[in-house]
Write a protein that binds this ligand. Structure first.
Ligand code: URA
Length: 263
């Protein structure tokens, strides 16, 4: 990927105000899979060069804590049986409302797994995660990391669309979250990035806000997969002034992906 392309992707994330202050531009690396640490634009430089309007960001929704009624995790899942179970699932009321389940997409042994909230209208029609407006922004975010969507795995906490694009409720999350745990067990990613409140709270079993969760490292599951939380792309569409913070979170993930000793 050349520099012009990368800048275009950053601009697609609305990092369009990013102008190097210095006479020579920040290094924009070519990448094979993940941006080398040495070449990642430093967070401090981004803080210096992006205009961040901190005024009145729309609040991220607060969801109720997960009620533990989830079906048990199957000991040794495989892709086909897991997909079949999700497709047949009626564990919550969303099962009767869906057009298609949205299982997830991408590389089945991806190093990086992104987790969103639940399908929207377009995802419900296509069966693919993140294909609507938020999905297009997510694609730009992934490309800004020097990756293609096919190189990572993208899934949601909830596999069926909640009506009217409302947030999934605690029962729906509890009914679905073990499918996600089984996906993680199959993929065994080196790193996970939770997108938004629902994903962050569900994966970490917390009621902390996404604003409080982002900027920190967590681990997920028994294998202690490093996990980071950032804002959901749909939230960024409503509050584009928060994109610089997401970029800082992505830089943290890229740096750690390139530091084998840390994970
Ligand atoms: N589309 C998805 O697939 N997931 C989300 O969280 C939002 C939109």
């Amino acid at each position: 990927m050349d520099e012009t392309q990368r800048r275009a992707y950053l601009e697609a994330m609305d990092i369009s105000l990013w102008q190097p202050r210095f006479s020579s531009p920040l290094p924009m690396p070519s990448m094979s899979t993940v941006m080398p640490v040495s070449a990642v634009p430093k967070v401090v430089e981004i803080h210096q060069t992006i205009e961040i309007k901190e005024t009145n960001p729309a609040p991220e929704p607060i969801i109720a804590p997960v009620i533990e009624i989830a079906p048990p995790v199957i000991a040794a899942p495989n892709w086909e049986t897991l997909i079949a179970r999700v497709n047949a699932c009626r564990a919550c009321e969303l099962g009767a409302l869906r057009t298609k389940t949205v299982f997830g997409s991408g590389k089945r042994d991806a190093a990086l797994m992104l987790i969103g909230e639940a399908p929207g209208a377009e995802e419900d029609q296509t069966g693919e995660p993140f294909v609507g407006r938020a999905g297009k922004l997510l694609t730009a975010i992934v490309k800004a990391m020097g990756l293609e969507r096919e190189q990572i795995y993208i899934a949601n906490v909830v596999k069926c669309r909640p009506p009217d694009n409302r947030n999934p409720n605690a029962n729906e999350i509890a009914a679905c979250v073990n499918y996600l745990r089984e996906q993680v067990a199959l993929i065994q990613p080196r790193m996970m990035l939770a997108l938004g409140t629902v994903a962050g709270q569900s994966l970490l079993n917390t009621t902390e806000t996404v604003g409080a969760l982002r900027g920190r490292w967590f681990t997920f599951g028994e294998t202690q997969i490093p996990l980071r939380v950032t804002y959901h792309p749909a939230y960024l569409l409503r509050s584009p002034n928060q994109k610089a913070k997401v970029w800082n979170d992505l830089v943290a993930v890229m740096e750690r992906m390139n530091t084998p000793s840390k994970n």
